[in-house]
Design a protein around this ligand. Structure first.
Ligand SMILES: Cc1ncc(COP(=O)(O)O)c(C=O)c1O
Length: 382
């Protein structure tokens, strides 16, 4: 059976060069980076070199990069610490954020005296910037805005420069989850008014269980995890040296090959869109994701009209045909919870039909797209 992986927004395949680097560190540099002997110093050098490299790719200072266990921890670190240490009294976010942000903010709303505002989201998945500005004006003072750069379900791209400027104008702090954009879009943090970001290596062909937070210098944040002096006391715990080195290598390669790989994946997305339009009657591209100016080139999220019986077994059918993709529907049988993102932006009629997210990388081919379209067409028509 053919096996095709169209779920790169969930996680990506590791690059072989990343594996080679990680294995060499695991074999040869297994010392504890906190040890003062040669083995420890060698491991520590790897970490500090990775920190410098990553900071350079993003145009920031090495001391502003804090290694974490991934995107979730980095989001939690920035948001929870900002509330605790910076006297934040108002958080503006949206209902289509990743749960790493949404659930963190909800928890804060329950346990702290912090007002939570949700900025309006338009039907195409974009933020209503006028509403954002009015929220910033209505509650001046200690405000944190948390809005993601690229939405992981529908791919909408936030105008982070615009939001950064609005935050600056209204004296608010800005946190942006960049888990889906880092390694895929050019990001120059020094040009943007951003205070905190969260990044995860496994979304750009790096290892799982590692990421980083960018915390702007002199932000006043304090650690969430206490213990040793690792990460200058910001995040205690023995560092995952091989993962840090793997993440650095993955980010280096992502930026080194960004243009050519982007061009390839853009054409693959366009091909996917064209094939859908040509062969699947009534298909809709959720949140206008077929528009490459509006949505990331790495995914499409499609709503496919079909009978409720077929809708109930669609993902199972794709899976038994070797196709890996993600459920994007609101409420389908087989799952107790639907997508909070689609629930927010789709109309009632579209919510009745199944939606599926296909997300891709440089490892995918047009033949794989043809295979998926063939399996879907056959399923719908027979
Ligand atoms: C937008 C976004 N934020 C945060 C996360 C969580 O990252 P991690 O898996 O590294 O904890 C993900 C992962 O799916 C994501 O897509």
């Amino acid at each position: 059976m053919q096996k095709v992986y169209f779920d790169s927004a969930a996680t990506t395949k590791l690059r072989p060069e990343v594996i080679t680097k990680m294995v060499s560190v695991m074999e040869d540099d297994f010392g504890n980076p906190s040890s003062t002997h040669g083995f420890g110093r060698s491991a520590k050098n790897h970490i500090e070199q990775a920190r410098k490299n990553i900071a350079k790719y993003l145009g920031v200072k090495a001391s502003e990069i804090i290694f974490t266990s991934g995107g979730t921890e980095a989001d939690n670190l920035a948001i929870n610490s900002a509330v605790r240490d910076l006297n934040i009294k108002h958080i503006i976010t949206s209902k289509i954020e990743h749960h790493a942000v949404l659930h963190t903010v909800q928890e804060i709303g329950v346990h702290h005296d912090v007002r939570i505002s949700y900025v309006n989201i338009q039907k195409d998945g974009s933020v209503d910037y006028e509403h954002l500005e009015s929220l910033l004006k209505t509650y001046p003072g200690e405000t944190l805005v948390s809005l993601m750069h690229v939405n992981n379900e529908v791919g909408t791209i936030l105008d982070i420069a615009k939001v950064g400027n609005l935050c600056k104008e209204h004296n608010a702090l800005f946190h942006s989850d960049m888990v889906q954009s880092m390694g895929h879009l050019e990001v120059d943090l020094k040009e943007l008014h951003i205070d905190f970001t969260a990044v995860s290596a496994h979304k750009f062909h790096g290892p799982k269980g590692i990421g980083f937070a960018y915390i702007r210098k002199n932000s006043g944040l304090r650690p969430l995890i206490f213990g040793g002096e690792q990460e200058r006391g910001y995040r205690a715990g023995t560092e995952s040296v091989h993962n840090i080195v793997g993440m650095d290598e993955a980010l280096r390669l992502a930026y080194e090959h960004l243009e050519e790989e982007k061009e390839y994946v853009v054409s693959l997305k366009q091909y996917f869109v064209d094939q859908f339009k040509a062969h699947i009657e009534g298909v809709k591209f959720n949140a206008n994701c077929s528009d490459l100016n509006h949505s990331t080139y790495t995914l499409i999220n499609v709503c496919i009209p079909m009978s409720p019986e077929k809708a109930g077994i669609l993902l199972f059918h794709l899976d038994i045909n070797g196709i890996a993709c993600s459920r994007g529907s609101a409420c389908q049988s087989g799952s107790s919870k639907g997508s909070h993102v689609l629930t927010e932006i789709l109309c009632e009629d579209d919510l009745q039909n199944p939606s599926v997210r296909f997300s891709f990388s440089k490892y995918n081919t047009r033949e794989e797209v043809d295979y998926v379209i063939g399996v879907l067409k056959n399923f719908i028509e027979n």
